[in-house]
Design a protein around this ligand. Structure first.
Ligand code: UDP
Length: 363
């Protein structure tokens, strides 16, 4: 009699939920392995966590480690301690971590120290910017994990250049795009859309939450002013990340065409993006979604760990200098943005490919 193998899937923060959803669904569809979902509690409230489980039909987590809040080091330590306990009580054949949040790194360390194998989904991407907490998370995770699933051929090559054996690296495509494709026809209008009289192609969407952009209030205010003043009066909808909300000044909140809204659910947010004229962002995941939806995307960062969104997709790095914003906004408003294509294997089947490999890894 063969014993069923068990995968433990880790998720902690908003950008993890859309990545685990298709993997869980593919494991369920395949039916040959058992799984547990461990939520570390890094993001814990309704708008940053629960909504995604409901909207994306992710089964309720089997464990919630309740490790929200604290500094980077405190959070890492809390998650490591709690996940170690969880793994000691619940036998698992393989841990799957996704993305680049603190939970990704902390759970990888805890599992490896218990000699439990780890597979990293979205491995091998680098911004080479060590001031980003995510870059540290990526580098640590990729230096100790056992198996690697990549979104691009370049990410696979990067890992191989770090002497990871190619037999452990699998170029499978992008699970974020699986989620987008699965839910494309379910995307739904936010409540405020009609109330605000928003019209297709006549508004912008903005998301900003990276410490480099929002932690210096003077700089952040200047960026907001440049974006809003150069938008030809179009409304800019800004679902505001809790981290950014803490930093907003009265000045920023009262710019006439800037509309602050709560963080949105996945279906509403991507409805808004799909129908917008363009997106201004410092998010990584959003640049992948705009690429696939063909929506012009202006990224206010000096680097990206997702270069394919620029070389193939609709994304352009404008940098963080406020002086760069007006010329880019003018091009955007004139409709002179580049048209993009879709990177290889961003086809909605990444999770299927991952599960086909996972089965061979736990055999
Ligand atoms: N997102 C969302 N609601 C929002 C803003 C973003 O559902 O109000 C989704 C977005 O579609 C993408 C993900 O959140 O799937 C990106 O998360 P985030 O920007 O927090 O992380 P990053 O990708 O920068 O790591």
């Amino acid at each position: 009699m063969s014993i069923r193998k068990r995968i433990t899937l880790v998720a902690g923060a908003r950008p993890n939920f859309m990545k685990i959803a298709p993997i869980v669904h593919a494991i369920i569809k395949d039916g040959s392995m058992d799984y547990r979902i461990v939520h570390t509690g890094q993001h814990y409230d309704k708008v940053m966590s629960d909504t995604f489980f409901e909207e994306l039909n992710i089964p309720k987590p089997d464990a919630n480690l309740g490790c929200g809040g604290g500094s980077q080091a405190e959070q890492t330590a809390k998650i490591m301690m709690a996940f170690e306990q969880d793994l000691m009580l619940n036998e698992t054949d393989l841990v799957v971590v996704v993305g680049d949040v603190t939970s990704t790194m902390a759970c990888t360390i805890a599992a490896e120290k218990l000699h439990v194998k780890v597979a990293h989904v979205e491995a091998g991407i680098r911004s080479y910017d060590m001031t980003m907490p995510e870059e540290v998370n990526r580098m640590v995770t990729d230096s100790i994990a056992d198996y690697y699933f990549t979104t691009t051929e370049e990410a696979k090559a990067l890992l191989e250049s770090k002497r990871v054996p190619s037999s452990k690296v699998f170029f499978v495509g992008n699970v974020m795009i699986d989620t987008l494709m699965t839910n494309y026809d379910r995307l739904c209008k936010p409540d405020f859309y009609d109330k605000m009289n928003l019209k297709q192609g006549e508004y912008l969407v903005m998301t900003m939450h990276r410490p480099n952009n929002v932690d210096n209030i003077v700089h952040f205010d200047l960026m907001l002013k440049e974006i809003c003043e150069n938008a030809d009066g179009l409304p800019i909808i800004f679902p505001i990340h809790p981290r950014t909300a803490k930093m907003m000044t009265e000045g920023g909140m009262h710019i006439q065409n800037l509309h602050l809204v709560e963080p949105l659910g996945y279906l509403e947010f991507n409805y808004l993006v799909r129908n917008s004229k363009a997106v201004v962002t410092d998010s990584g995941g959003v640049t992948e979604e705009t690429t696939v939806m063909g929506v012009p995307c202006m990224t206010l960062r000096d680097n990206t760990e997702r270069p394919e969104t620029c070389t193939v997709g609709t994304n352009e790095l404008i940098g963080t200098n406020p002086a760069n914003i007006a010329p880019a906004m003018k091009r955007l408003m004139r409709g002179e943005w580049k048209k993009g294509g879709i990177p290889e294997k961003w086809d909605g089947k990444a999770a299927e490919r991952i599960v086909a490999v996972l089965k061979t890894l736990v055999e």
